[in-house]
Ligand binder design. Sequence first.
Ligand SMILES: [Zn+2]
Length: 100
Amino acid sequence: MSRKGHIPFRRCVACGATRPRDTLIRLARLDGAGVVVDEQKRLGGRGAYLCPTRTCVDRVTKRGIPARAPRAGAGWTLSAETAGLLRDLARGDGDGQAHL
Ligand SMILES: [Zn+2]
């Protein structure tokens, strides 16, 4: 069902980079469930996209998703569970930094 030739791009809420949607992590805010990682990219609710890098994951797990992010509405706060899952998904940025 995938249409080739048209790749949807989305903006990362942490760094503002625009990347192909397939390369980004989708977060969804669900009523009653808070912010979850939408691994199948098919959950409803409000979505936000994030680079799968430690830099961007660190930014949102420490500070939440800023209210200025598209469609985020008021800022999002991630649960410890969601933050942990994001860290599992994050790849290193190649700079080898460990600043925790
Ligand atoms: Zn990013």
